[in-house]
Design a protein around this ligand. Structure first.
Ligand code: SF4
Length: 439
């Protein structure tokens, strides 16, 4: 299950009308599911694999057609991976396949957080990382003794990561490929579902990254790669080895990290030359007008320091997409308006704004549940990053929805988008020269 999801019709319509938002949604939707392709790479050679993708949202006809296509291959096992916002579609697909006699195993972040729920919808669930148990799952499926639950005994060594089976995508050209150079994050922001659910933070050795890069570029030279990392430079490895591997491969790449790379000459000095074109930086919650922005833990700092760091990244020739989350307990309509006004002037090449989302498995969700603030009529389909699924502390649900739509419309308005496009052009001009400014 891939692609962006938005539950609320007004928000969906707004997203469609805003070209810069629609563009980003299309780019994310075009990313292949790295998890399943990686597991396919771990399967013994006698297993034959097919890969199917669904971006449809609550569309019974397209799910039925997909189930037909999969069942027609008469598989020994179907593996489904989905995020929370698409989990109901994934369960529906599992049901359709099981009714056609296909056994189904499910895994991923949502299933790891809610294994009992998932167990009711499929034959087997994999809790946590699947790499360590995948061969056993396949052997058990082939031997007709599939267990109901699998869980790896120890964290997977990323140095043993297999090459993803990109060939399963067929001959279709892909605008972007994904590569994971680290898993998880050493921090633990309370709203973050990705940081710890799959085990401790780990980094992939540079030689393994180089092998994956070679594999991708043999399929598409000068590929564009989105790193499937949560926070690329947060660990202790020498960034020079990663950057050198990227530079040697000749790819252009994009990743997620935190603002502190703007204070690290060891990263900034080689970032642009390694092919990095832009970074999505989690500024997260921010109180404009106050001295501090309310980031978390090691990322909390005075606003002026964060701004300087973001500017340093862009001066190094790498565009910054500033990522902001609204709806935290400090937010009210006025603070969201102030953020909007600040963003209209901010020196950022792009922005991403989302609503705080209580993903399963996060401390945020546990706290909101304890406080009785999860909205009973808004299930998993509201965990999209664009829909409100809880009672905000300082405003009504409707006020937050209204303020969020206002903010999105304001910062993605054509004029604001054009201003950021000009900043992007200027940032990239420093690295490519005027000739390639429009690339
Ligand atoms: S820094 Fe980013 S990736 Fe790490 S825990 Fe916080 S939100 Fe998650």
């Amino acid at each position: 299950m891939a692609g962006f999801r938005i539950r609320e019709p007004e928000m969906l319509a707004l997203g469609m009308r805003l070209p810069s938002l629609a563009q980003r949604a299309a780019a994310v939707g075009a990313l292949p599911s790295l998890g399943l392709l990686t597991l396919a790479g771990l399967a013994p050679a006698h297993w034959e694999m097919t890969w199917h993708e669904s971006t449809s949202q609550r569309d019974p006809e397209s799910l039925a057609a997909l189930a037909e296509r999969i069942a027609a291959t008469r598989p020994d096992l179907a593996a489904i991976s989905a995020l929370t916002a698409s989990i109901d579609d994934a369960y529906a697909l599992a049901g359709l396949l099981r009714r056609r006699g296909v056994r189904v195993v499910m895994g991923g972040l949502h299933v790891t957080s809610c294994p009992d729920e998932a167990s009711q919808q499929c034959d087997a669930v994999v809790v946590g990382e699947a790499e360590g148990v995948w061969e056993r799952v396949l052997e058990d499926a082939a031997g007709g003794r599939l267990a109901t639950r699998y869980r790896a005994e120890k964290p997977f060594d990323l140095g043993q990561a297999p090459l993803p089976r990109w060939d399963l995508l067929g001959g279709r050209a892909r605008p972007r490929y994904t590569l994971q150079t680290s898993r998880g994050c050493p921090f633990a922001c309370d709203f973050c579902g990705a940081s710890r659910l799959l085990g401790p933070f780990r980094e992939k050795p540079a030689e393994r990254i180089a092998a994956e890069l070679k594999h991708i570029t043999s399929r598409q030279p000068r590929a564009c790669i989105e790193l499937a990392d949560d926070n690329t430079f947060a660990g202790r490895r020498d960034p020079g080895l990663l950057l050198a591997a990227m530079a040697r491969s000749g790819v252009r790449w994009f990743t997620e990290c935190d603002w502190r790379i703007g204070e690290r000459p060891d990263v900034l000095s080689a970032l642009a030359a390694s092919g990095c074109v832009q970074v999505l930086v989690g500024v997260e919650t921010m109180e404009v007008g106050a001295e501090s922005y309310s980031g978390f833990g090691a990322k909390r700092a005075p606003l002026a320091r964060v701004e300087r760091a973001l500017e340093n990244i862009q001066k190094a020739g790498v565009a910054v997409i500033g990522c902001f989350v609204v709806g935290g307990d400090h937010d009210d309509e006025e603070s969201i308006m102030r953020l909007g006004q600040w963003l209209l002037e901010a020196p950022l090449a792009d922005v991403q704004i989302t609503v705080q989302t209580p993903f399963p498995g996060t401390p945020l969700r546990e706290r909101l549940a304890r406080e009785g603030r999860l909205l009973p009529d808004r299930g998993w389909e509201s965990c999209t990053l664009f829909d409100v699924a809880y009672q905000p502390a300082r405003m009504t649900v409707q006020s937050l929805e209204r303020a969020f739509r206002y903010l999105v419309a304001l910062v993605h308005a054509p004029r604001a988008g054009a201003r950021r496009a000009a900043i992007r052009k200027q940032v990239w001009a420093q690295r490519y020269g005027a000739k390639q400014e429009s690339a």
